[in-house]
Design a protein around this ligand. Structure first.
Ligand code: SF4
Ligand code: SF4
Length: 236
């Protein structure tokens, strides 16, 4: 058999499958539907609203070519899917859970986390971050920071649509970029949020944090009772 016959035969098989798929879709009335399995008609001018795109999955009922027409269609995002870390604050009292203990920065394999600790006006350190940075281009999405955080403060998020036109400054997320509420986390990770492990972890962390705050407040230098002393002296 001459050289190249196998290649031609392979192409013919592909062409046959390609034509058969379109013919079958045409016959079953799916010719103008989106091909990711959704029932949505192809609309060249008005796609679905952003954030309301249908999610499509390929299962045993999906017939023919399967192309997810992103961004008009999306694959489902599963709860354990992880992209980048976020910092949690409690929605009920606004408490930022992070205590700037720096454990996440120490365990981060590519060393893309750094932070500074907040200080009181008197210069004593406070169990809070003054600022917190993660270089998103260096982060390798391993989730170790979230695993090791003793305060349940850093979690992995699902957002993967992070592209933009500049990567030197806008991809270094600061505290404001990273903060999300516990409500948001509960919404995006309902199973984890309700799990017995997370509930007991939340309670343990809340207790630990209260104890730490009490310790910090107790060790803060006490104000001398000078405000009354001069008055007392004057009175005398
Ligand atoms: S996120 Fe967790 S591990 Fe990292 S500094 Fe804050 S409290 Fe410590
Ligand atoms: S997910 Fe991994 S690489 Fe990214 S910040 Fe956390 S520890 Fe570092």
């Amino acid at each position: 058999m001459g050289a190249g016959v196998g290649v031609v035969r392979g192409h013919l098989i592909t062409l046959r499958r390609f034509l058969l798929t379109f013919w079958r879709d045409w016959k079953t009335g799916k010719g103008f539907s989106r091909r990711g399995g959704g029932a949505l008609l192809i609309d060249l001018f008005h796609g679905p609203k952003r954030g309301q795109e249908p999610t499509v999955t390929q299962d045993y009922r999906t017939d023919g070519l399967f192309t997810v027409e992103y961004p008009d269609e999306r694959l489902p995002v599963y709860e354990r899917y992880r992209v980048l870390p976020v910092l949690i604050y409690d929605a009920d009292d606004g408490n930022v859970r992070c205590t700037a203990c720096k454990i996440c920065a120490k365990v981060c394999p590519p060393q893309c986390i750094w932070m500074s600790q907040a200080k009181s006006p008197k210069g004593t350190v406070l169990p809070l971050p003054e600022d917190f940075y993660i270089d998103m281009d260096v982060c390798m999405n391993c989730g170790l920071c979230a695993e090791y955080c003793p305060f349940d403060a850093i979690k992995m998020d699902h957002n993967f649509e992070l592209s933009n036109y500049e990567r030197h400054q806008s991809h270094i997320f600061n505290l404001q970029d990273l903060l999300v509420s516990s409500e948001f986390y509960a919404r995006t990770h309902p199973e984890a949020w309700a799990s017995a492990d997370e509930v007991s972890e939340r309670n343990r962390v809340a207790k630990k944090r209260t104890q730490w705050l009490q310790k910090v407040l107790a060790s803060a230098p006490q104000k001398p009772a000078e405000s009354q002393a001069p008055e007392a002296a004057v009175a005398k």
